[in-house]
Ligand binder design. Sequence first.
Ligand code: 5GP
Ligand code: ZN
Length: 112
Amino acid sequence: MTDCLFCKIVAGEIPAEKLYEDDDVLAFWDIAPQAPKHFLVIPKKHITSPADVDAADEKLIGKLMRTGSRIAAENGIGDGFRVIFNNGAKAGQVVFHIHMHVLGGKDRPWPL
Ligand code: 5GP
Ligand code: ZN
């Protein structure tokens, strides 16, 4: 997707503060953190939204969880973090390349 912001980060066309990268996934700090620690984990493959995940992607999406959990632990929030996927503009999705938010570093700051 040539006009996708996160595909451009994957391609190295836009810089990001990377935390981890392999053939499948990329993790980087969020540019506008909503918690003391806030990073994103994305598949390198373009998938638009959670609702677009198909059966062939199930393992890849599981890898987002495993990667995010490991990076959370490496960054001192392994004992308490929140994972969010926004699906659709109504839910606050702004970047239409699926991404897992990982937020932590505060004691239960969230209403849910
Ligand atoms: P959404 O609202 O789509 O679920 O979340 C998009 C997230 O991407 C936001 O938290 C926003 O701060 C982050 N973001 C948007 N543009 C950039 C960017 O260019 N670099 C980084 N590192 N994060 C970004
Ligand atoms: Zn993309």
